[in-house]
Design a protein around this ligand. Structure first.
Ligand code: ADP
Ligand code: ASP
Ligand code: MG
Length: 417
């Protein structure tokens, strides 16, 4: 007997039938003798609907009101699930983020959890109840409701598991586990039995939304084993856990991509101290997150600089660069939203050579030009033109032997365009 935290995402609680089904699954765990905390997201589409309503009123809603609005989705589901559990004879109690004692910082819309008191949850568990917590929310030190950023219910679940000393945190979603790449886009993707925190962290931060990045950071920090599995079947999922020695034998575990980046290039920028500082300080002050940065070696006192930002931030970044152009003496500025980032990830890269070379070779063979490259210890990312996206992902998948066995051996690949 132990304590299990289960999280159910939006599609898993999309309607009353699904909520009934979730209640049955949760009841099964309770019946087996475990204590259970369930974290629920808003019903699928609800959060977007709420965002849409606020945006009908104004483009920039007040942060405090916006967070209260968005937090309501998870509350509705938590109450409905508690009712569903009670209906089938299992005592249950729902909790908002505040009632669960989830205290965050003041960064509304993307708040970080500072601590979890959790007394009321402990009390409910002690009384034999199932605790149902509204995901993706907490309160700040002034008691205003805060939300944890899109996908934040994953983080609520892992944080509760860490704070209450759960034995396992299960993330129930609409896929069977963590795949070598997004199975909804690449049918050849293969489910992984295990993946290390570091690899999952890279995949998540590169855009694999199956787990919110912050949830993986917390899981790693507090050593919470996370099992990603489907809420629609009983298939074994993927265990996200500490690195084991044999994980290094697999050079590349997965491929991630991000279609939401855009590129800003400056051709001809004075090669002197303070220029990069001025550009990136101004972007940072405008709350623009910069991802990749590449500067070439200066020639004749001038250099070229390229960086990427999210597509939403591109207009703002372009405007800022335009304003700085004269002051800094930049010759030309180009923006390009028609790009995608693809990346290979694997802890085995630490001990194997030639991994980047193989990636570049694979892209070259497919006729894909690489526009930018960046690496970390366990990742190589490339920016390429968006039109090559699917081709690149498929070819990389093949090159690194990531496909499903059956498919690998039986399927004839369509010829390249
Ligand atoms: P939930 O609503 O349950 O939180 P999400 O939509 O946030 O679910 O995350 C699940 C989705 O993540 C899947 O439907 C899949 O399209 C996507 N995804 C992206 N990369 C991966 C991957 N490597 N493995 C599994 N799923 C992935
Ligand atoms: N309520 C959702 C969640 O918790 C927010 C979202 O739709 O991304 O994860
Ligand atoms: Mg999610």
């Amino acid at each position: 007997m132990g304590l299990i935290v289960q999280k159910y995402g939006g599609t898993s609680v999309r309607d009353i039938d699904r909520i009934r089904h979730v209640a049955e699954r949760v009841a099964g765990v309770k019946k087996a003798g475990h204590d259970v905390i369930v974290v629920v997201s808003a019903m699928a589409g609800e959060t977007n609907k709420l965002v849409g309503w606020a945006n009908e009123l104004t483009e920039l809603p007040d942060e405090r009101e916006f967070d209260l609005l968005l937090s309501s989705g998870g509350r509705i589901t938590s109450a409905l699930l508690a009712i569903a559990l009670q209906t089938i004879g299992y005592p249950a109690q729902s909790f908002t983020g505040r009632q669960a004692g989830i205290i965050t910082d003041f960064a509304h819309g993307r708040a970080r959890i500072a601590r979890i008191t959790g007394e009321r949850i402990r009390a409910a568990l002690e009384k034999g109840k199932i605790a149902v917590v509204a995901g993706f929310q907490g309160i700040d030190e002034k008691s205003d409701v805060s939300t944890l950023g899109r996908g934040g219910s994953d983080t609520s679940a892992v944080a509760l598991a860490a704070a209450l000393g759960a034995d396992l945190c299960e993330i129930h979603t609409d896929v069977d586990g963590v795949y070598t790449t997004d199975p909804n886009i690449v049918p050849e993707a293969r489910k992984l039995d295990r993946i290390s925190y570091d690899e999952m962290l890279e995949l998540a931060s590169l855009g694999a939304k199956v787990l919110q990045t912050r949830s993986v950071e917390l899981a790693k920090k507090f050593d919470v084993p996370v099992m990603v599995r489907s809420s629609f079947n009983e298939n074994a999922g993927t265990l996200v856990s500490k690195e084991e020695k044999e994980m290094e034998d697999v050079v590349v575990s997965g491929i991630a991509f991000n279609k939401n980046e855009a590129k800003v290039s400056v051709i001809g920028i004075p090669d002197r101290p303070g220029v990069a500082m001025r550009i990136f300080r101004t972007l940072a002050d405008a709350n623009i997150l910069v991802d990749m940065i590449v500067q070439n070696i200066g020639r004749d006192g001038m250099a070229d600089l390229t960086f990427t930002v999210s597509k939403e931030d591109l207009p703002k970044a372009g405007k800022i660069m335009g304003e700085l152009q004269k002051e800094l003496g930049m010759q030309e500025i180009h923006v390009d939203a028609d790009i995608v980032k693809v990346a290979i990830v694997g802890v085995g890269m630490r001990s194997h050579t030639g991994v980047a070379a193989k990636m570049f070779e694979c892209l070259a063979d497919a006729g894909v030009n690489i526009e930018m490259i960046s690496t970390s210890e366990i990742k190589v990312s490339c920016i390429i033109n968006a039109k090559y996206f699917e081709l690149a992902i498929r070819e990389l998948h093949k090159a690194f032997g990531l496909e499903k066995w059956e498919i690998h051996h039986e399927k004839k690949y369509p010829s390249r365009p």
